[in-house]
Design a protein around this ligand. Structure first.
Ligand code: 8YV
Length: 325
């Protein structure tokens, strides 16, 4: 019997991909970067499974053009690039990669928040430009992280891991807003308190966004929300572009509505709003929060586990829409 055909739509770790070879006939993207949508659809012809990242767009048009596709295995935890309802309607299973990236992503979120509060990138650029002629008492003086109020919008696994770092490592007071409250036994060790969104905006010294992107979270932080924050506050977004209105944020940073921002994700990335590139009080990174080698390997490995399990007749490890099974 012919082996099922699987497309590896993004270059990934060769030794991990090799685990698929005994089971499947593979076609692999050989270079970095993504195929165009038309090319992705062309390559998917005849494929039963596909390995994707958080950037490939899987929509009804693609699914209708690839009727033999049964499994979409993503190495990302977030899946706003996939139309899950369209998958489910066509009996296509989606699997994602939760848990394996939680701690690494929380490390990065905390690092980005600290870099933002302590003006690390801004001062480094100043030094590289050769502008450091003398030391000054308030030169690049920022705000403290230890003992400050950490606000978290979206208190899932990554939000809780950031709260743990703040509360236990830096003596921060933790407040959060989420659709549902954490169980008391999860709140207690962090001293975390659920608050309304407005209170979160008003009280946080450092606000970190860790909520999934959806129509409901589109522009959850815009001009109105930014105007409720403290002038000394920082905003860190490691969640998804589109949760923040980047144009409004650039204006708020220029006007001093808030002190600074750290952004790992952008609306329409890899494009970045041009005004964000010109304001000094923002730290910009190219969507790398989960980018440690061990974690990227674990994410790839989980995606491969899902492909092998599902397409050899087993149970998915981390299904998003198990109702199709
Ligand atoms: C990924 C992410 O690096 O997992 C996610 O949702 O945003 C990142 O960890 C990216 O999507 C690549 O798949």
């Amino acid at each position: 019997m012919d082996k099922p055909k699987v497309l590896i739509a993004r270059k990934t770790f060769d030794d991990i991909v090799d685990r698929l070879r005994p089971h499947f006939e593979l076609e692999c993207k050989e270079d970095e970067g993504a195929w165009t949508q038309a090319e992705l659809i062309a390559r998917l012809q005849g494929k039963t499974g596909v390995y994707i990242t958080g950037t490939e767009k899987i929509d009804a048009t693609l699914l209708d053009a690839c009727p033999q596709l049964r499994l979409i295995s993503s190495m990302a935890v977030g899946y706003n690039n996939v139309d899950v309802a369209a998958c489910t309607a066509r009996g296509v299973l989606l699997t994602n990669a939760p848990d394996v990236l939680t701690e690494t992503t929380a490390d990065f979120g905390f690092a980005l928040m600290m870099a933002t509060a302590r003006r690390i990138a801004e001062s480094e650029h100043f030094l590289r430009r050769g502008e450091w002629k003398q030391w000054g008492v308030t030169m690049f003086a920022g705000s403290d992280v230890h003992g400050a109020t950490l606000g978290i919008l979206g208190m899932g696994r990554i939000g809780q891991a950031i709260a743990k770092r703040g509360a236990l490592g830096f003596g921060m007071k933790v407040i959060y807003h989420n659709r549902s409250r954490l169980a008391p036994e999860l709140e207690a060790p962090l001293g975390a308190r659920w608050v309304e969104k407005d209170e979160l905006l008003q009280q946080a010294d450092h606000l970190v966004l860790v909520l999934p992107y959806s129509a409901a979270s589109h522009h959850a932080i815009g001009a109105a929300e930014l105007s409720k924050m403290k002038k000394t506050a920082t905003l860190t977004n490691i969640a998804r572009g589109g949760i923040v209105d980047d144009a409004a944020l650039a204006r708020a940073l220029a006007a001093g509505t808030i002190a600074a921002a750290g952004l790992d994700v952008f609306e329409g990335e890899p494009s970045v709003h041009p005004e964000l590139l010109t304001v000094p009080n923002v730290v910009l990174t190219p969507h790398i929060a989960s980018a440690s080698i061990p974690t990227r390997r674990a994410m790839a490995s989980l995606a491969v586990d899902n492909l092998i399990a599902v397409l050899t007749g087993g149970k998915p490890v981390t299904p998003v829409n198990p109702e199709v099974l």
